[in-house]
Design a protein around this ligand. Structure first.
Ligand code: NDP
Length: 321
């Protein structure tokens, strides 16, 4: 793999090597657009930090997230997608062709751009939490909940994501601690009430996590928590630690050139078109979690990646490629 080559004009550049970006790469490569796919800080996106994926169609016995994304990558490369490392430092989406600057004099011009830069789960940032990702620490209840059948787990957060995850996880876990750092919740009233009324969910408010226990055993075995009101420190035995403290979409870069919502997600139109001041940006499409706060699944990312690729192809045909 190399870094983006100097001053070339491409038909299609795809930002991101997660499920959406690589699916867009398969489709655009098969359409002979010779896509350049830019791999950033998180190669493979969120699939690369997931363990077993059991809900991706076509894998009756499940597939490891990293293996799945590696296969999609191979498939894209087989059809001629070029994957290069790069970190965008500037972009001009109004230029024709679109101008992308990767620093050190490396500029790429492209007739179409597919932004598939994903959203990164927000983590607490504790070393013990980071060490146990995939070993009992997860940011995706839908992906990993199944592994906690009959176990005691916790969900961190006080928003709708945390409530939704906690309620969902009661299908598997015998008990879910909902742990929130304050006593007031961002979650909608209905979601909060539903979670609070659930017999398997116990709320621990004004509580922060000091450490996830189990680093030596390479498996979550509990947490050390502190009550911020009483100052009391205690340990809870549990097997799963789920984060529900939000996601950070990787679209900040386009602020001022593209319509983003209050949380920084691309305000996509029909899931794939980007806009600026409400008007569609010609040749600039988006796909995957960077524009999806609702579903955030590998299969929906793949679906919108496909859609963006087909729209890019159509755009190039209509504009005399
Ligand atoms: P939110 O930003 O709404 O909530 C994040 C929660 O995480 C807050 O309670 C916040 O605490 C807490 N938090 C953030 N950082 C930390 C940290 N470092 N340590 C501890 N706690 C932390 O994010 P959500 O993902 O819950 O929701 C995002 C949007 O998506 C919302 O608009 C929501 O309504 C929507 N959504 C809707 C759903 C639905 O309708 N079914 C499902 C999921 C999301 P604090 O409040 O103290 O800042």
């Amino acid at each position: 793999m190399s870094t983006p080559s100097t001053s070339t004009t491409r038909d299609t550049v795809i930002l991101g090597t997660g499920c959406s970006g690589l699916t867009a790469a398969i489709y655009t490569a098969r359409a002979n657009l010779k896509p350049l796919v830019i791999e950033g800080h998180e190669p493979g996106g969120q699939l690369s930090i997931t363990t077993l994926v059991e809900n991706f169609p076509g894998w009756p016995d499940g597939v490891q997230g990293p293996e799945l994304v590696e296969n999609i990558r191979k498939q894209a490369e087989k059809f001629g997608a070029e994957i290069e490392m790069g970190h965008l430092v500037a972009a001009d989406l109004s230029a024709s062709p679109i101008k992308l600057d990767f620093g050190n004099g490396k500029t790429v011009h492209t007739r179409t751009l597919i932004v598939a830069s994903g959203a990164s789960a927000r983590w607490l940032g504790l070393p013990s939490e980071q060490a146990l990702i995939g070993h009992g620490v997860s940011s995706c209840a839908t992906c990993d909940g199944f592994f906690f059948s009959g176990k005691v787990i916790c969900v961190i957060g006080g928003g709708d994501s945390a409530m939704e995850e906690a309620i969902f996880l009661t299908r598997f876990a015998t008990k879910v601690y909902l742990i929130h750092r304050s006593g007031s919740f961002r979650a909608s009233k209905i979601m909060l009430e539903r979670a609070m009324a659930h017999p398997q969910i116990e709320f621990l408010t004004n509580t922060i996590i000091e450490e996830v226990l189990g680093v030596e055993e390479k498996e979550v075995r509990g947490i050390r928590i502190r009550n911020t009101v009483s100052g009391e420190v205690s340990e809870l035995a549990l097997s799963g630690f789920f984060l529900g403290i939000g996601h950070i979409p990787n679209a900040k870069f386009f602020e001022g050139q593209m319509d983003l919502d209050a949380d920084g997600y691309i305000k996509s139109h029909d899931n794939v078109f980007t806009t600026h001041n409400g008007k569609v940006i010609p040749g600039v499409f988006c796909a995957g979690d960077v524009q999806d706060r609702r579903y955030r699944q590998a299969i929906t990312a793949a679906g919108t990646g496909c859609m963006a690729a087909l729209e890019a192809e159509k755009y190039l045909e209509e504009h005399g490629r």
